[in-house]
Structure formats: C-alpha cells, structure tokens
Design a binder for this molecule. Sequence first.
Ligand code: P6P
Length: 327
Amino acid sequence: MAVVTLHRFIIEEERRHPEATGDFTSILYDVAFAATLISRAVNKAGLIDILGATGEENVHGERVQKLDEYANKVIFDSLDHGGHLCLMASEESEQPIPIPEQFPKGDYVLLYDPLDGSSNIDANVSIGTIFSVHRRRDQQTGDGALSDLLQPGVDQVAAGYVLYGSSTMLVYTTGAGVHGFTLDNSIGAFLLSHPRIEIPDPGKRIYSVNEAYSERWSDGQKALVDRLKKEGKFSLRYIGSLVADFHRTLLYGGLFMYPADAESPKGKLRLQYEVSPLSMVCEQAGGAATDGRKPILDVVPSELHERVPCYMGNKEYVELANECISG
Ligand code: P6P
C-alpha cells in the first residue's frame, strides 16, 4: 500500500467533496501539527521537568498538570493565526477563546480538550486530545459568538482525537467514515494506518465503567451491569483515561459508560469537547452513542462546559443500555 500521509489523505478527501473549501483542510492539518508537538512533550515527559502539577487549578477546580498547560497553549498557538476560525473553546478555559485581533477570522469554531486523562500522566498511562469542529451558525464575518460553540453534535463538520500511547494515533471523521493515522516520529508525519475504521460487530463482550461508584447508580444502571455480567458474560476493562477507553471500544467493540449517579446527576464527562466528538466518531464507525435515552448528537447544549451521561459502543449494547436506563 502506498504511504499515504495525513496531508495527502485530507487533500484527496477534499477533492472528493467539491463543496469543501481549503479552510477545513488547513484546520485538520494544524490540529495534526499541534498533536506532533504534544506527542513529543508527552513522550519526553519523564525526561524533562514537565511532570507534576503546576499547583494551580483549572476552571473545574482540578489540579493543572504542566503538560495540560503546554498542550492547551500549543493547540491555541497552532490554530489562532490561520484565518479559518472565528472562536475557540477549551476544557482549560472557562470562557470562549477569541482569535487575536491581528489575525483574520474564518467560518469555523474549534472546541477541544487539550490533554484528557492528564491525572494519569505521571503513571505513563495513555492520554489524549479530543477536538470538535463546527461551522459558525451565521454567515457573519468577524469574531464568533458563544452560540457558535453551543451547537448540537449532529452539526459537527469534523471530530476526532489523538491518543498518546505506545504510538501516537490521530483518528478523525468528517462524516465520510473514520480514519486512523499513526505518527512516524522519524519523519514527523502521520501515516494512514487504519483506513475506514468500523467497530467490530459483534463486538467483544467488554464493558467499561468505573464500578467503584455502583452504590450511587440508578436501579437501571445496576440492572444493566448485572445483565452484562450475568447474561452477557462480559469482561470489565477500565483505564480511567477516556480516549484510551474509547479507542479500545472503537477497535475491539464493547460498551463504554460514564453514567449519571446520585452524586453526579449528569455524569462527569463534558458534552461539547469530549462526548459529542467521540459520539460522531462512534456513529461514523457503525456504533451508537446515547445519554441513556437519546443520541448524544441530538443533545442541544445550553452551557459550554456542561456534562452529559454517556453510553458509547456497539449498537446492540447501547440499545440494551437505553432499555435499562430509560426503563
Ligand atoms: P473516574 C480523566 O480524569 C477523565 O476526565 C477521563 O479521561 C476519564 O474517562 C474519567 O475522567 C475517569 O473518571 O471518575 O472514573 O476517575
């Protein structure tokens, strides 16, 4: 198979969609560039004094790891000047992030979690970047508005993630299937390694949830996990790093859950820059993603950092979850 770089693949995808503008290609390419810089930092984290918390807290009161800060800045710096975005939003910033005045504004907005799972950094567990791209709602020019960031997942024009693990992989979709690229560090390029990823069907009988919280679960959630264990003979795999748990579910099949519970009525994971982009990837790979009742992609956000319960994986398993959760 010819060596297909991410750049070549994106250009060829663009040619297949005459309506596509170069804008979009550049955004994906700039995200990939940021990912190569973050990958280098993550892989050297043990060598450079970049480990350990800065001691500060992010908008959610979580300890900010230095790598988090670095990743957040690298993504902003890689995308603030291209002229394709009119606004950004990051898990690390309470408010939307405007494009600096000196740079032209474009027709898209980017939402991202720069380094999810960062609490696992010191243990060398795989962590990830998650990103979501929307077209701005109105045909205005100039700065974007909060409303451009509060669009339902069904309106995403692209979504994906980068997994910094034994190798660095970028997985994305623009609505025409899911494609995976592996970073060749010797040339600093992402090469097509997983064309058209489809979730295996039937999927492996793996459920992925933090079962330590089971006492806080609803009766429906408890019934679901009981059925998976007793009737389904499922195994449990849970890394506690969203991108790693999701990526395994995408490649092997199974059911990833972060449910609501008595202490977290909407679960923990964030809709706009974690669950919504992963749900687009999951659906594009032939899987399903719901909040236990309806498709995640149909959830209309009201706040930038809102949380949502989620069930992502094989359609069959997600449908069972819906049956148990919605009663
Ligand atoms: P819990 C990591 O902190 C994270 O944000 C996700 O990467 C992961 O899926 C989740 O939290 C784990 O949360 O409550 O199981 O420790």
